[in-house]
Design a protein around this ligand. Structure first.
Ligand SMILES: [Fe+2]
Length: 232
């Protein structure tokens, strides 16, 4: 089973002027495609693992053959992270979240504005290539974190991402050059809060189911549930 590039859920120019069409085309059709291609290439010598989804590969990382791990961490991570990234942006995005997500943001950060300031600081503070994330941490609370390269917080710290911002230069350099803070500000104009809220709700439902069990042990299954539809 070869891994496949998921379709972008809107046109390349749909996020203009916040994110330009050329960046979206190159980012999706070339960069994300390359992660998919390189993951498939990395799997060529491992027929047993070729049947596993990208998420299965990631959640079973510790038991993979050593020779396969770099491809899964870098290319599999790139595939999964970008698959989520496309879904949490929308031409109808921006503004502020509502419902459960709004109340949890207020509880965790004090207000939406305080959350936004902290997230912008985290995204601006990534040295080199990486991601900023809004996650449900291992205590079940909303938190902000960052990862290097294509690492996902589920592996670096055992937290579940509900929002991720790609701060690799390939995500913004054509339009924003060295002005990463301007790109981060523009990202807030296109965040699909409804989708982020859906990811949070899926985690909360999962927590109810596993409330009496070891949350950490269950987190990988929960990740598969709520991200499983994004990747092949
Ligand atoms: Fe990217």
């Amino acid at each position: 089973m070869a891994h496949k590039l998921p379709a972008l859920p809107y046109d390349f120019n749909a996020l203009e002027p916040n994110i330009d069409a050329e960046t979206m085309m190159i980012h999706h059709d070339r960069h994300h495609q390359a992660y998919v291609n390189n993951l498939n290439a990395g799997l060529e010598a491992y027929p047993e693992q070729q049947e596993m989804s990208a998420l299965e590969l990631m959640v079973n990382f510790d038991s993979l053959p050593e020779g396969l791990k770099p491809a899964v961490q870098k290319q599999g991570g790139g595939h999964v992270n970008h698959s989520m990234f496309w879904t949490i942006m929308s031409p109808d995005g921006g503004g502020e979240p509502g419902g459960l997500l709004a109340s949890e943001i207020n509880d965790a950060f004090g207000s939406f504005d305080e959350f936004k300031a902290a997230f912008k600081a985290a995204a601006g503070g990534v040295f080199g290539s990486g991601w900023a994330w809004l996650v449900v941490n291992s205590d079940g609370k909303l938190a902000i974190t960052a990862t290097a390269n294509q690492d996902n917080p589920v592996f670096t710290e055992g937290s579940l991402p509900i929002l991720g911002l790609d701060v690799w230069e390939h995500a913004y350099y054509l339009k924003y050059q060295n002005k990463r803070p301007d790109y981060i500000e523009a990202f807030f104009n296109v965040i699909n809060w409804d989708q982020v809220g859906k990811y949070l709700a899926m985690i909360r439902v999962g927590e109810g189911v596993v409330a009496m069990q070891d949350w950490a042990a269950e987190k990988k299954a929960m990740l598969q549930d709520f991200l499983g539809s994004l990747t092949d």
